[in-house]
Write a protein that binds this ligand. Structure first.
Ligand SMILES: *Cc1c(COP(=O)(O)O)cnc(C)c1O
Length: 367
């Protein structure tokens, strides 16, 4: 069993992927080819926003979004400590300070009630992460941001395809950023990402920044980066996008089946993921919380079932941020959750019998 089975997916989509990739090899426009424009239109339409800028990775999407918003030295960006490193790494790379606030234990997303108290005159952006495939409480966060005239950038790297109150992740705030890393819900065959917005001026700025700050050929008006998405990756994504809605349904079916059949008893104290009724999750990860996490993980491994821990160390505890984070900063929920989370295999090609093996292994651990 694979944690994420990209080979089965390729076999299922092979005809379309091969056709589209071969077309790029034939026409030869490997950078900024027509597939990139087609993809941007298709993705904007899928998310329900006016503008999409395809970029080189999810990390670069966050970086480019914040560069367009003018985030720099002296600024503060409020975010969650319970995420992948990119979320805070990009803030720090721009010379700004990540200000971490704790999470909601049930969803593992930023707790909106903790945001307002840490807003200062230097706060420029709030960056919620829609973790594990479920959106943060974006309306509540947008409202706080509006009151204080600051911007919201959603890190939607794990939630592409998810909905919040019926609207797609990525289109829920001023800018949304996603990743097409191979194992993400919509992945390409290398690195890729995208920025989404309804703001035409920001869209233009983000596009220009992704092209070395160029406005016309060899004319550079701002500092930018080499942040383009390869044409071949755009071709892969165009092929995969056709099947994506079906794949989301498979992921949801798998997640719901796990939640129904994984038993929590007095001994087991397993908490299955809480999906807020206003959300649909794409289950980028299916992550349970459990006290005996490490021994359950060993047991699963002895049954040949791969698992993962997302994430074992909250960002405010990462050595790289030791000088940025106020000494002794304690975010107890993130710290507790980091010691209890365990992600189980989930992907669109996981058969029911494989799902059953996962379910039985978890349930058997406590018998
Ligand atoms: C994967 C991920 C990123 C970074 O995406 P890359 O495409 O790998 O650069 C950023 N934030 C979160 C929450 C992620 O899961």
């Amino acid at each position: 069993m694979e944690f994420v089975d990209l080979k089965s997916q390729y076999q299922a989509l092979k005809k379309d992927v091969d056709r589209r990739v071969l077309a790029v090899l034939e026409h030869g426009q490997y950078i900024n080819g027509p597939e990139v424009d087609d993809l941007e239109i298709a993705l904007a339409d899928f998310v329900g926003v006016k503008h999409c800028i395809a970029v080189s990775s999810g990390t670069d999407a966050l970086l480019i979004a914040m560069m367009a918003l003018g985030v720099g030295p002296g600024d503060e960006v409020i975010t969650t400590p319970f995420s992948f490193i990119s979320t805070a790494e990009t803030i720090a790379l721009l010379g700004a300070k990540p200000v971490f606030v704790d999470i909601d234990e049930r969803t593992c997303n930023i707790d909106p009630s903790l945001i307002a108290p840490v807003i200062t005159s230097r706060t420029k952006v709030i960056m919620p992460v829609s973790l594990y495939g479920q959106c943060a409480d974006m309306d509540t966060i947008n409202l706080i941001a509006e009151e204080h005239k600051i911007s919201v950038v959603e890190d939607a790297a794990q939630s592409f395809g998810a909905t919040y109150k019926g609207k797609r992740s990525g289109g829920l705030s001023l800018i949304g950023c996603t990743s097409f890393f191979p194992s993400k819900p919509l992945g390409c065959y290398g690195d890729g990402g995208a920025c989404f917005t309804n703001d035409a001026k920001l869209a233009e700025q983000m596009k220009s920044i992704s092209l070395h700050g160029q406005t016309e050929r060899y004319h550079h008006t701002t500092l930018g980066v080499n942040g383009r998405l390869d044409t071949i990756q755009a071709a892969v994504l165009l092929a995969k996008l056709k099947k994506f809605s079906e794949e989301i349904e498979c992921r949801i079916r798998c997640g719901e089946r796990y939640s129904k059949l994984i038993h929590s008893s007095a001994e087991s104290d397993i908490t299955t993921p809480f999906i807020d009724p206003m959300n649909t999750s794409v289950f980028a990860q299916y992550t349970i919380q459990v006290d005996k996490r490490d021994s359950l993980r060993d047991f699963m491994s002895s049954q040949d079932i791969p698992t993962a821990v997302h994430y074992p160390m909250p960002l405010h505890k990462q050595p790289v941020f030791a000088e940025i984070v106020s000494r002794g900063l304690s975010l107890p929920i993130s710290e507790r959750v980091a010691s209890r989370v365990l992600s189980l295999p989930v992907h669109a090609y996981l058969s029911e019998s494989e799902q059953d093996s996962v379910i039985h292994a978890v349930n058997n651990f406590y018998n």
